[in-house]
Design a protein around this ligand. Structure first.
Ligand SMILES: [Zn+2]
Length: 274
């Protein structure tokens, strides 16, 4: 068991699983800028005082995984989570306070990360896309979680007397994919799944406001085009692999205003070329 200090940069949308109850992938960087994944964490079951936000420093006792070979994975002891200082807010501040940790190890491309994965099981990274072409939206085949996952969730809650605590997370009935290319001659383009908690939450926020599904999708796309991947932003994708298949997905987006990331490589993103 070791004490880890991590700057949380990623929370994926909660996902019930048959093995681990409800899963949220959380990941971050250490003070040295190295990536760490904390897994599994039943995030919504944490007491309020331990529900860390994104861009919050935390300290946690954790140990290496026996079954998860991914290089950056740690098994945390959830009741040991402590906040360390206040979250670093973006409002009225530039993002360089975050960028100095987050952007320490930017990979050139997905192709570079695939190679690293083969060499040492690298499973987390941050890349700066050369061109972001689109946000593709597709309806999910199943609009609700698989019955087996829901049953496991009920079962776990029952045994641990947590059944009264919460409803299962609402499934987002759409798949979002980022279509982009990297700055690498080997790149053939990517359509990578986006599992960022922010997009799912945004989608539900629209629905709860009474928007139709089409309007909700439009709302998410708006956010994508005018904010996360706007030409005024220096956009980076946090990417990570899915345990079972080793497939890479986008798990978060880091999008400081151009020139305000604290990164020496700040430059305008080449958006939507003809
Ligand atoms: Zn590529």
């Amino acid at each position: 068991m070791e004490r880890l200090r991590a700057f949380i940069t990623i929370k994926t949308y909660p996902n019930p699983s048959a093995t681990y109850d409800e899963l949220v992938c959380t990941a971050g960087v250490t003070e040295e800028g190295e990536f760490v994944r904390l897994y599994p964490i039943r995030f919504r079951d944490l007491p309020w005082g331990q529900q860390y936000q994104k861009y919050q420093w935390i300290e946690v006792m954790a140990e290496r995984h026996r079954r998860d070979v991914r290089k950056e994975s740690w098994r945390p002891q959830p009741d040991s989570i402590q906040f360390y200082g206040e979250p670093i807010k973006t409002r009225n501040v530039d993002w360089s306070d975050r960028g100095k940790y987050v952007l320490k190890y930017v990979s050139r491309s997905m192709e570079e990360l695939w190679e690293a994965q083969k060499v040492d099981n690298t499973s987390l990274g941050i890349v700066r896309p050369k061109v972001v072409e689109d946000l593709l939206v597709e309806e999910e085949e199943d609009r609700d979680w698989k019955p087996s996952a829901l049953a496991a969730l009920d079962q776990g809650r029952f045994w641990e007397d947590r059944h009264a605590t919460r409803q299962p997370p609402r499934k987002v009935p759409f798949k979002f994919r980022y279509k982009f290319r990297c700055d690498d001659e080997r790149c053939k383009g990517h359509r990578m799944m986006n599992e960022d908690w922010e997009l799912g939450r945004l989608c539900w926020r629209h629905r709860d406001r009474g928007d139709s599904e089409d309007e909700a999708i439009e709302g998410v796309r708006q956010r994508f085009f005018t904010e996360m991947c706007a030409p005024t932003r220096e956009t980076y994708f946090f990417v990570g692999t899915v345990l079972r298949h080793g497939t890479w997905v986008v798990i978060g987006t880091f999008y400081p205003k151009v020139g305000r990331s604290g990164s020496p490589v700040g430059q305008t993103l080449d958006m939507f070329p003809e």
